[in-house]
Design a protein around this ligand. Sequence first.
Ligand code: ATP
Length: 382
Amino acid sequence: MGIRLPAVTADCALAQHNTGTALAIEGVHKRFDKFTALQHIDLQVKQGEMLCLLGPSGCGKTTLLRIIAGLETQTSGRIVQNGQDISWLPPVKRDYGIVFQSYALFPNLTIAENVAYGLVSRKKPRTEIPARVAELLKLVGLSTAGGKYPAQLSGGQQQRIALARALATSPGLLLLDEPLSALDALERIRLRGEIRRLQQQLGVTTIMVTHDQEEALSMADRIVVMNHGVIEQVGSPHDVYERPATPFVADFIGKANVLPAVALGQGRFRSGRLELYCSGERDEFSAGQAVKLYLRPEDRAVGSERTGQPNLVSGAVLKVEFLGSSCLAEMQIDELDGQTLQLRFSLNQLHDLGVGVGARIDLALRSDRIRVFPAAAIGACS
Ligand code: ATP
């Protein structure tokens, strides 16, 4: 019987659209002695999706991945893969391929032998292995590397081989533990595009751990933002960026200006001398309640975009940080009693508006973009 190939087939395409649950994490709790690393994690991973576990160092993302892989044991809770409780299965009995940050190739085996490793240990017919290895090497763009040794390849190439090895047995689940962290910036960007392309092409359900928000935003179907062993938010990259559920998520993903304010009712808030209207807010804040307003640097209108907008302000540019395709200006806002905001401008706007140190600029703070959180929740979260 032939080996099941992860080629682009109608089945794979269907798998991508199948929204069934591939993996369910149910009430998973992990303690290391007295330290709680994970607190009752509930999460469903959909068939064919790419899910990123994102959070700061120590938030528990690697521990969760290792529990899914059977490399760590949960203190309580269950892991269910395709309806089967795998919580207590040893790693070798679980259906996944894994790629680590440190390539972890066998240095004394050739590239072809490395890729074939899982096929040999699972006793696939020897006659079929060379063709399968050739197919996988082609898949990762390294068709001619089979006879080389890992030390003869660059870091990026070694990680492509690690990926081919992880995919060799057509696992139901691909686990990626910070697979790009050891690579230089250019190679990281190149490989993240390739991993995503392969993942979509094969329709393989994938869980990737990363602390790099740009990686998560650019690669994931859904992002799980973790902090101190709990899930803060699960959502699409757009959701977590545009509609952060908690102050932690608003702070951790992207940049945000934070303005202390008081609720006035009906979506209105006062910060300094400025009455701000926040159209995106459900009216859940009582008048007089202390809140914090979160505004991303790009969520301002300038020039003719200001016409008819609420939240009109003006301010002086204190500093301009050049970032290549855009710049970040630190502005002192008159109506906010001199509070400063970091605001982003494109290079065209920089020239058209004359954004430079000492310049005065008229702006509107985008009412549909400001997120509001109770001031009390912020202390509790950080
Ligand atoms: P990083 O990005 O730095 O790897 P992480 O979010 O992946 O961080 P984990 O490695 O999951 O974090 O660790 C979560 C917490 O559990 C950390 O505080 C860590 O020190 C602790 N921890 C992890 N493994 C062990 C262990 N074997 N024994 C004791 N504590 C551990």
